[in-house]
Write a protein that binds this ligand. Structure first.
Ligand code: ADP
Ligand code: MG
Length: 247
């Protein structure tokens, strides 16, 4: 369903993506790992058309999104739910209105329908009776859950999670991982999760892929990944200073 073909992108002469090839399996969760600053968020931004490649293709259901007109791209974007790294909640809106925002923007629903949908998804993510709280009044883990609820509210075919557990303690990370898994079971989206958190990666991924020096250097099941003989992969998952990855 989503294929990146020989995707390249440079900033100020520095290659961030370098002929990157990857296919994301439909209705599965693929976790992409890699170093900070390695181009993971840049890759995601290409998938939703927020960035244009220098060369290469982003194919969504066989369509190269960079050949589309703005209006057509907006149609394709409706297939996506995105959970941003920084949460990206609207600070001036309460929890309810943050989650209702995409509904108000894209659908013409009655106030009752909006209420029902928002409450249903807030229950799914374990946030009952938090409607009136402002983003500044809730914990980081709760903000992540609001972000996930908002991304899910239009029932997207594809969910993108940019480092959903970064900045959370290990227990809250596990809550978020379990939430991603349970929401995936319920809504059956194609999931792409960016992470540099190794335990989370092996727990949530059907497939794990590693981005390194602008390319996918390894991809496979979590089990295959743990047994990889690639020295770069081995060093990354063991978190060791020793190895081919330059610090
Ligand atoms: N809009 C931009 N303009 C210039 N450089 C950028 C831009 N976005 C990302 N970069 C650079 O691209 C590299 C990869 O960034 P990013 O994808 O955010 O890394 P990460 O793997 O941590 O998500 C970094 O060196 C970053 O500074
Ligand atoms: Mg990033």
């Amino acid at each position: 369903m989503i294929v990146l073909e020989r995707l390249s992108k440079s900033f100020n002469g520095v290659k961030v993506l370098d002929n990157l090839d990857i296919e994301f399996d439909e209705k599965k969760i693929t976790v992409v790992i890699g170093r900070s600053g390695g181009g993971k968020s840049v890759m995601l931004k290409h998938i939703i058309g927020l960035m244009k490649p220098d060369s290469g293709k982003v194919l969504i259901s066989g369509i190269d999104i960079n050949t589309l007109k703005k209006k057509e791209l907006n149609e394709i974007r409706k297939k996506f739910g995105m959970v941003f790294q920084e949460g990206a909640l609207l600070d001036s809106l309460n929890v309810f209105e943050n989650v209702a925002f995409p509904l108000r923007r894209h659908l013409k629903l009655s106030e009752k329908e909006i209420k029902d949908k928002v409450h249903s998804i807030l229950t799914d993510v374990g946030l009952n009776e938090q409607d009136n709280k402002m983003p500044s009044e809730i914990s980081g883990g709760m903000r992540k859950r609001v972000g996930i609820a908002r991304a899910l509210i239009l029932n997207p075919e594809i969910m993108l999670f940019d480092e959903p557990t970064t900045g959370l303690d290990p227990i809250m990370s596990d809550v978020i991982n379990n939430l991603i898994i349970s929401m995936h079971n319920k809504f059956k989206f194609t999931g792409i999760v960016i992470s540099h958190d190794i335990p989370s990666t092996f727990k949530t991924g059907d497939t794990v892929a590693m981005l390194y020096e602008g390319r996918i250097i390894e991809s496979g099941t979590p089990e295959e990944f743990k047994n990889s003989n690639n020295p770069v992969v081995k060093q990354f998952i063991s978190g060791s200073m020793e190895g081919p990855i330059l610090i």
